[in-house]
Design a protein around this ligand. Structure first.
Ligand SMILES: Nc1ncnc2c1ncn2[C@@H]1O[C@H](COP(=O)(O)OP(=O)(O)OP(=O)(O)O)[C@@H](O)[C@H]1O
Length: 942
């Protein structure tokens, strides 16, 4: 847990050591043999993104290599690693056992150090060096940190030797790759990369040691000039776009660069939620003057707060994202552009309190999402737009200069290195412009970062994406704190609850709370002097906000005093949370496009009523019958753990996703599911749903997930959603089902309903305002006995494997004990004794390589079971009435469809079709009323 912050505006522990100015351009080496190094802050180093391959060779492969091969470079920010060269990384532990990380660079020749331009300027301009010791997410003694100088850009660039400036360009290029953003990695990975940097340091130092001679200086000047000229012409080009190319967006006064991006991304027309929200959010709604003159104290009375409710997959991210990006791009170039852009007059003056205390620049936008994956996805979505806004339509190149003028986005969420996230939010001269965060990690960082808290307090935009889910996942306390921070009522208190997922024992919690109180008192000082932004716009979006809540929001009940007493800790409702939002708009605009339910139009729903013990069977049937990308929702992690190995033994590509997986693994699995290249081509199959030797690609990809994946995740081309267990609320049913049929596409949702879920099912239907029951899935029952045998074997294999690994674990434990006691095993645990096969091994006392009889038996059992299952999987399954020995004896239609590859790949006797098409047909025919009475509707031989 981080220690308390003792002074405002400062974050890093620092030690004083005499050192040279870090930016001097003419330092020379005094002792060639013994180069000395000095510490620098991590944020002053020029971290660059590690490039990932673009071409996918993985075909849904499962090795680490496959995963990275299959990585889409556009998503590099998703898990992008960072590296820096020429830096020595030193780890130490302090007295309290905290880990300290120091970044040391060569003292003699600062120009060999890959520092950021700002930090070079800082050292050069001020003539003072600073050494900092970065503690893993902790603060001890603190010093002001962001005091970079404002030297002339030309001078700054020219002052660097040619190769150093080259590195600057490399860094630009790296940023270009990332679309202006960098994402998070696991701490372990970061350390690994840092370790790499240490290894490379010596090499790099040796290369870069030379002084700058006159010729190099001249070249650097000339390059700097041409660099700036490029930049100028580039910015002019920035403002041009032929609006005729995008007629459907003509009503929306978006920055030309954004229109260019929309055009490039082929978003030819706004979705309905976008076309309805944009004029309100941007203040261009011609007839809307509702907010004007009211006591909202807004600078822009027409720019409304918006509560947007529309179906899943209807483009809500851009409904709030476009007004934000538009305002930030139009208001000024990104802070990070100021120096290299050569537009000194555009650099914002730093604000100060009356007492001369520095006030950090306000944040552009804070976007809060309930889950980590959603936060990463929103960042990625907005970054894609930003990147496209800098793309040349003709040659596809990205303009570095334009990119520097775009808002910078950072993601702040749990499960990833907090230290790196801190570094990311400090990007640019004044920090990033947009933060996309989950409440838990954001709250954690705010506790120790006053700069961040003050930036956030004056944010220009606040977005709550999937606000209703925040309450469900127990983020109330953190959300309450964040909302209080941006509220104009200055009653800042420390957050009451600690993070729901990191709660310790009761005693520990109390101790923490005391620490919080102390911290809150210290922090009141700067807060009281800085006013929250009276002009902040609030956007709240979801597919499911109750009607009552909307009414309440519209009416804006009399404002409650926001105090500790008033706040309920857990179990508080969304209504409670919303009351804590200090809307600047006296009457926020509600755009509700979900009169009935919030389910997408292209969604076809169906159900299978079955016994709980048959759910695996029907799931397997569905996966084989309808290959494609299927997202299966379960209510418990145990359920996922049970089913994953069974489906995997059956040869399906299956990936789990739940909160107990490491974040890195969650992202990996999501990415594998997302990027699996599926085959629709018929060929030689193993009869198991996965391609055989004749096919390069699997036909199905399955993600088994808890509701961590229910909201917001935009996974392209999900064909089916299966509710293996019904969710507890109708809202979650809507969100889960909405992972398919996105952006106007089609998809199928299947609910497996067991008898005891019947009541929940009826409740869901009622809540969704359905009159009648939805139609059941047509099932070809003659396949079920074969499928059942396969599943039984797959289960047995899983059990046998468990026993096998337990036996070998027990055995190695016993063996280790025996070895420690210097005893010789002569029982059946001694493999040599029992099998008499490896006398040599026994002579050498090398028992580690041997296996006990039990272990061998267990292994044999697994092998036998696997062979049996493989034989079953190879055997084609045929529908009733079809003989696979005498295939040609069937009807002509069947033979024709076989020849023309119109058959299902694994089920002989049924045509290859989609669930959507089959359901539409059965719905039309109206004959099918219950899956118990469904006959072989797809049997071609009949
Ligand atoms: N104007 C547009 N034209 C075409 N596609 C669009 C447009 N706007 C957004 N999209 C695409 O639609 C998909 C769904 O968008 P988004 O994730 O914002 O939906 P959502 O309404 O937030 O869904 P959910 O409620 O599930 O979070 C995305 O892939 C996005 O790129």
């Amino acid at each position: 847990m981080p220690t308390s912050t003792k002074k405002p505006f400062k974050r890093f522990k620092a030690k004083s050591k005499p050192s040279k100015p870090s930016g001097s351009s003419s330092s020379s080496r005094t002792d060639q043999s013994k180069p000395t190094r000095k510490q620098v802050p991590h944020s002053s180093l020029a971290w660059s993104t590690v490039k990932l391959p673009t071409v996918s060779n993985s075909a849904g492969g499962t090795t680490e290599e496959d995963f990275f091969q299959g990585f889409d470079e556009n998503d590099a920010g998703f898990m992008g690693l960072q590296e820096v060269e020429g830096v020595e990384v030193v780890y130490n532990d302090d007295q309290r056992g905290n880990r300290l990380v120091k970044f040391n660079v060569l003292d003699q020749d600062p120009l060999s150090v890959p520092l950021t331009p700002q930090s070079q300027a800082k050292g050069k301009g001020k003539g003072k060096g600073k050494e900092e010791e970065v503690q893993d997410g902790e603060a001890e003694e603190e010093l002001p940190f962001q005091d970079f100088g404002s030297d002339e850009q030309e001078e700054e660039i020219a002052s660097q030797p040619v190769d150093t400036r080259g590195r600057l360009e490399e860094k630009d290029a790296a940023r270009e790759e990332e679309g202006g953003n960098e994402e998070e990695e696991e701490e372990g990975e970061e350390e690994e990369e840092e370790g790499k940097a240490e290894g490379k340091g010596a090499e790099s130092d040796a290369e870069d040691d030379g002084e700058m001679d006159d010729a190099e200086l001249a070249e650097a000047f000339s390059k700097a000039k041409s660099f700036m000229m490029d930049q100028d012409s580039d910015s002019e080009e920035d403002d041009s776009f032929d609006s005729d190319l995008l007629p459907h967006w003509a009503d929306h006064d978006l920055h030309p660069a954004l229109k260019r991006a929309l055009h490039l991304l082929k978003f030819t027309r706004p979705t309905e939620i976008q076309s309805r929200s944009l004029p309100l959010a941007m203040g261009t709604a011609a007839t809307d003057s509702e907010g004007e003159g009211q006591p909202g104290h807004r600078v822009h009375p027409k720019k409304r707060d918006v509560i947007g409710i529309s179906q899943t997959g209807s483009g809500k991210t851009l409904a709030y994202g476009l007004p934000i990006l538009d305002a930030l791009i139009k208001s000024k170039p990104s802070a990070s552009s100021s120096k290299l852009g050569g537009e000194e007059d555009e650099v914002e003056e730093e604000e100060q309190t009356e007492d001369g205390e520095r006030i950090p620049r306000p944040l552009g936008a804070l976007i809060v999402t309930p889950t980590r994956e959603l936060a990463l996805q929103v960042s990625s979505h907005l970054n894609a737009l930003i990147k496209a806004s800098c793309q040349n339509a003709e040659d596809g190149t990205i303009s570095k200069i334009a990119l520097k003028k775009r808002p910078l986005i950072a993601t702040v969420c749990g499960g990833m290195s907090e230290q790196k996230q801190r570094r990311l939010i400090e990007q640019g001269e004044h920090g990033v412009d947009i933060i996309v965060a989950t409440p838990g990690r954001l709250w954690e960082m705010l506790r120790t970062d006053d700069d961040l808290a003050l930036r956030l307090k004056r944010t220009r935009f606040l977005v709550l994406d999937e606000a209703d889910r925040m309450v469900e996942v127990g983020h109330f306390a953190e959300m309450e704190y964040i909302l209080n921070l941006v509220s104009r009522r200055n009653e800042i208190t420390a957050p009451k609850g600690s993070r729901s997922d990191e709660q310790g024992e009761e005693g520990e919690e109390e101790e923490e709370e005391d620490g919080d109180k102390e911290q809150a008192t210290l922090r009141l000082l700067p807060f009281s002097k800085v006013k929250a932004n009276p002009d902040m716009q609030t956007f709240i979006f979801s597919a499911t906000l109750s009607k009552e809540l909307q009414v309440n929001l519209r009416k804006r009940r009399s404002k409650k005093v926001f105090s500790k007493k008033g706040a309920k800790a857990s179990g508080s409702t969304l209504d409670d949370l919303m009351e804590r939002v200090d809307f600047r708009d006296p009457s926020p605009k509600v755009v509700d496009l979900t009169p009935g339910q919030g389910l997408p139009e292209g969604l076809t729903e169906t159900k299978v009523e079955c016994l709980v013990k048959d759910k695996d069977l029907y799931l397997y049937y569905f996966l084989l019958r309808y290959p494609g990308r299927t997202l299966v929702f379960l209510n418990s992690i145990d359920g996922i753990r049970r089913i994953t190995p069974i489906l995997s033994n059956l040869g399906l590509s299956v990936f789990p996703l739940h909160s107990q997986l490491q974040q890195k693994q969650r992202l990996k699995n999501l990415d594998r599911f997302r990027s699996a290249k599926l085959s629709n081509v018929s060929g030689v199959t193993m009869g198991n749903g996965v391609s055989g030797s004749g096919l390069a690609r699997p036909t199905s990809s399955v993600l088994l997930a808890t509701d961590v994946a229910a909201r917001g995740l935009d996974i392209p081309a999900v064909d089916h959603v299966v509710h293996y267990q019904l969710p507890r609320t109708a809202d979650t049913y809507v969100h889960r089902s909405g992972r398919t049929a996105r952006a106007g596409g089609k998809g199928v949702s299947v609910a497996l309903v067991e008898p005891k879920e019947k009541r929940v099912w009826n409740d869901v239907n009622r809540a969704l305002g359905r009159n009648g029951e939805i139609n059941p899935l047509p099932v070809e029952y003659s396949f079920l006995p074969d499928l059942r045998s396969r599943i039984d074997l797959a289960r047995q294999i899983d059990n046998a494997e468990h026993k096998q690994s337990k036996a070998s674990h027990d055995e190695s434990w016993l063996r280790n004990l025996a070895e420690e006691a210097e005893l010789e095993l002569t029982s059946d645990l001694d493999p040599d004794n029992e099998l008499g096969s490896d006398v040599e091994s026994k002579r050498k006392g090398n028992k580690k390589n041997g296996e006990s009889r039990q272990a061998k038996l267990a292994k044999n059992k697994v092998r036998n079971l696997k062979e049996r299952l493989e034989a079953l999987l190879r055997k084609p399954m045929t529908a009733r009435g079809v003989s696979h020995r005498y295939l040609t004896a069937g009807s002509r239609e069947f033979v024709d469809s076989l020849i023309h590859q119109g058959q299902n790949e694994t089920m002989i006797g049924v045509k290859r079709s989609t669930a959507q098409a089959d359901l539409e047909k059965s719905n039309e025919s109206g004959k099918v009323t219950s899956n118990k009475r469904v006959k072989k509707t797809k049997l071609v031989s009949e």
